[in-house]
Design a protein around this ligand. Structure first.
Ligand SMILES: [Zn+2]
Length: 206
């Protein structure tokens, strides 16, 4: 039975203390066979709150893979939210590889390593879309918290438009810049040059 207030198929909420401090955790699922997402709430956020909408990356976050900067971005976003005293992190699952899935993402790694393709071309070479992430669940999660406008922790200008389509106003985009290193440089360069992310920490020559 759907929850009337949120339209979610199911959800649950509890306190969640982490090594960074106290959060409220809200797990939810929008539809019966869909992924279960997680919202972490710190403090008492309202409109204009600092927010991160983060797509799951198992390899980068759990295993510390250096070919992307997802794990560092997740850490930096949570640090920024705690430093601010309040904020929201919406962690969207089922969005590996910008939505192509974990197996397909690993397949793109092969093309990147063996043929030198970047994160964009390695997806299209497999006949896969470059980005099919759905930010709708982020919209319902923020509205569930009574939030209609956020300062968004992101380097991706397109994410603001995607959130607007999900009913959330982005009043400001707050950079979340991770230092380039040998492992992630090609990935960051492709994000900058192919996907239009603002990454001023990269030198022009990079
Ligand atoms: Zn990643």
């Amino acid at each position: 039975m759907r929850e009337e207030a949120t339209g979610w198929q199911d959800s649950a909420e509890s306190a969640l203390n982490t090594r960074r401090g106290a959060f409220r955790a809200i797990a939810f699922r929008e539809y019966a066979d869909g992924p279960e997402h997680l919202v972490l709430v710190h403090g008492t956020p309202g409109d204009g709150v600092l927010a991160r909408v983060h797509s799951e990356c198992l390899t980068g976050e759990v295993f510390g893979a250096t070919r992307c900067e997802c794990g560092d971005q997740l850490d930096a976003a949570l640090d920024a939210i705690v430093a601010e005293g309040s904020g929201v992190l919406v962690y969207l699952r089922g969005q590996e590889g910008r939505g192509i899935g974990l197996i397909a993402k690993i397949r793109t790694h092969i093309l990147q390593d063996e043929q030198g393709l970047d994160t964009v071309d390695s997806a299209t070479a497999l006949g896969l879309p470059v980005d099919v992430r759905d930010y709708g669940p982020a919209g319902t999660a923020l509205r569930h918290l009574g939030i209609g406008a956020v300062r968004l922790l992101s380097n991706n200008p397109d994410k603001g438009a995607a959130l607007a389509a999900a009913g959330i106003t982005v009043t400001e985009r707050v950079p979340l810049l991770i230092a380039a290193n040998e492992g992630n440089l090609a990935y960051l360069r492709a994000k900058r040059d192919r996907l239009g992310h603002d990454l001023p920490q990269l030198q022009l020559r990079q």
